[in-house]
Design a protein around this ligand. Structure first.
Ligand code: CAA
Length: 258
């Protein structure tokens, strides 16, 4: 298994857990973290033995944002030419389900990273925010877009313009977070959700991910057609025959991802 400089990777029972590992910098996202997270996620996506990815932080932070020390000397021409932050698209291109388990600060790029996953769960200690405005900049890894789609204009403007933090309870009420759990149950809950999904057909799970994501990129009519076509396609899979046969025969399905 590949070793990474800024993340820990643990694989068991078809679940790859990626833990951000720069605790002294509150897991600030520098270029190495971008490279490590995206490479590990792509490797997991390509590995037939892995079905679900969990991304989490440790100690007090999920991630306290893009690395301000690295960015402080970044200028327009370099950022523009290198299309700074675009590399994170490699993570959102992953086809397997990603659970982001937010244990503490998820600020700026940390909040944006949490939103790049498919199911966001949070510890009661989690804190979310887009404080870039306090640095004289604005979100750059999707905050103005994904946060607005998740919680609506009112709260997105509130968070991005004031730079304030919101706790897990408020984030759940606003629709950013799928579930809030006691802090010491976060890892177990992430694992439980991952195991539940890992038992499904990988093809059906991939199609669910594609269909739900299409809701953010298409008109309703296009999205409904896309969903319907994916549904029609699912009828071509052995997993559909198995899933429906198992239901009728009153037994558990045995999916083969085919
Ligand atoms: N980048 C680099 N280092 C960071 C960091 C960041 N985003 N956040 C925290 N750190 C470092 C601190 O510099 C400090 O390091 P030193 O011990 O070497 O000084 C260490 O982590 C611990 O942080 P604090 O001493 O500040 O801890 P605290 O408990 O007093 O405060 C905090 C915690 C409120 C989260 C505070 O660290 C903070 O405000 N961090 C910055 C949050 C932020 O502005 N994030 C947005 C970044 S910009 C961005 O993300 C752009 C984008 O859209 C992609």
């Amino acid at each position: 298994q590949t070793e990474f400089e800024t993340i820990l990777v643990e694989v068991s029972d078809g679940i790859a857990t990626l833990t951000l590992n720069r605790p002294k910098a509150l897991n600030a996202l520098n270029l190495q973290v971008l490279e490590d997270v995206t490479a590990a996620a792509e490797a997991a996506d390509a590995d037939d033995d892995i079905r679900v990815i969990v991304l989490t932080g440790q100690d007090r932070a999920f991630a306290a944002g893009a690395d301000i020390k690295e960015m402080s000397t970044l200028d327009f021409s370099v950022a523009y030419r290198r299309n700074w932050f675009a590399g994170w698209n490699r993570l959102t291109a992953v086809s397997k389900p990603i659970i982001t388990a937010v244990n503490g600060f998820a600020l700026g790029g940390g909040c944006e990273l949490a939103m790049m996953g498919d199911i966001l769960i949070a510890s009661e200690k989690a804190k979310f925010g887009q404080p870039e405005i306090n640095l004289g900049v604005l979100p750059g890894m999707g905050g103005s877009q994904r946060l607005t789609r998740a919680v609506g204009k009112a709260k997105a403007m509130d968070l991005c313009l004031t730079g304030r933090m919101m706790d897990a309870e408020e984030a759940e009420r606003a629709g950013l977070v799928a579930r809030v759990v006691p802090h010491d149950e976060l890892a177990a809950t992430a694992r439980e959700i991952a195991e539940t999904i890992a038992a499904k057909s990988l093809i059906a799970a991939g199609m669910v991910k594609e269909a739900v994501n299409a809701a953010f990129e298409t008109t309703l009519e296009q999205g409904l057609r896309y969903e319907r076509r994916l549904f029609h396609s699912s009828l071509a899979t052995a997993d559909q025959s198995e899933g429906m046969a198992a239901f009728i025969e009153k037994r558990d399905p045995h999916f083969t991802d085919s």
